[in-house]
Write a protein of this length. Sequence first.
Length: 181
Amino acid sequence: MEFSDRELWTVLHGMGFGAVFLLAFGGGLAGLWSLRERLLTEEGLRERMPRITLGTTAMAVFGWLTVISGTFIVYPWYRVEPAGGIANYSGPLEGYPKFLLLSSESTAQWHEFGMEWKEHVAWLAPFLATAVAFVVVYYGPQLIRRPELRWPLMIFFGLAFAAAAVAGLFGAFITKAAPVA
């Protein structure tokens, strides 16, 4: 099995960085949820806090790796135009994913809504994940007695997951319909 550079970067972006981001969500959310005073002893808190800190920090880091690799490495290949512009081009559109999607009414929405989500809304994921990681690092064990902080953290974490999950879903469908290879 062989991968082109573009295919390798696309896999690394989505199935590597993006998948780790989404997987880190489960551990981070479970950790935040379980930070309840009645559930933890001092020893349990000392054991749990490093995992929560690592999980939330990893989610933030992999969120940034995902959107940066998507925006600055993979996306330029998606939107490349034929030399001389698309108006003067009459060949096959397989090497021009954006224009391949726009060429059919049945796939144009994948570009018009799906790529808009990926280009703009997906950027919320690392910002929200970074905010959660910052609060977890800053407050640390104090979070056990601060449910007024834990609930917004879980909401931010959930929104980060949702933005990334929808972007990943759109990315998979768009790549299936118009690969950047």
